[in-house]
Design a binder for this molecule. Structure first.
Ligand code: FE
Ligand code: FE
Ligand code: MG
Length: 204
């Protein structure tokens, strides 16, 4: 009987020790979670949504490839374009080239903040990017303008969708995408104005 009481008392002591250990551990676990949440909030990311964050990274990597591809397309076109209003067209294409590379830079900076990996080579642009430009086989002003208008429309559609995706979830990405989207809309309008300004016989 005395032995049973001793055993019972010992079990109680052990139980108390185990439970006190587990209550000591709990705050550690909680504080780790809280730290993660604070880090997440300071980055203004999607909260508790790892898959959303990865999806955003993937979309920005696609956009990054497209910006380089668009920039390269403009750079090449500015050197090869032939036809009416050539000087004006070259000035516009060069301005757009600078904008596309600035966009690539903005996206790279955001990807670094999101810890996304955007390393790639130029040969990767085409299969990572979402907007597929035709190769520059014709350099007459009409073909060049039409090809780039198509590219801008693709960029506009892409950034409009991305804007909806981040709205209310990630303010930094939202502001960046909105700013890029404004530029892409302006690019398309500027190219359309040039196309309309061409002498009628050019614009067939
Ligand atoms: Fe762009
Ligand atoms: Fe553009
Ligand atoms: Mg412009």
């Amino acid at each position: 009987m005395k032995k049973n009481v001793m055993c019972f008392a010992l079990s109680m002591v052990l139980l108390a020790l185990v439970s006190s250990c587990s209550t000591v551990q709990k705050p550690d676990v909680l504080s780790k979670q809280q730290n993660n949440m604070i880090a997440t909030k300071s980055n203004t990311l999607f909260q508790n949504e790892k898959s959303d964050k990865q999806l955003l990274i993937n979309k920005l990597v696609t956009a990054f490839a497209d910006e380089w591809m668009a920039g390269y397309q403009y750079w090449m076109a500015a050197r090869l374009v032939q036809g009416a209003l050539r000087t004006d067209v070259i000035a516009e294409l060069t301005q757009h080239y600078n904008d596309e590379l600035r966009h690539a830079d903005m996206i790279a900076k955001r990807l670094i903040e999101l810890e996304g990996d955007f390393r790639m080579f130029p040969q990767d642009w085409h299969h990572i990017g979402g907007c597929h430009f035709d190769s520059i086989t014709k350099s007459d002003v009409v073909t060049v303008l039409r090809e780039n208008i198509k590219g801008e429309q693709c960029a506009i559609d892409f950034y409009q969708n991305l804007l909806v995706m981040v709205e209310g979830k990630d303010k930094e990405s939202y502001d960046m995408v909105l700013s890029i989207l404004h530029d892409e809309i302006e690019h398309k309008e500027d190219l359309e104005k040039l196309l309309k300004a061409l002498p009628v016989h050019n614009n067939v």
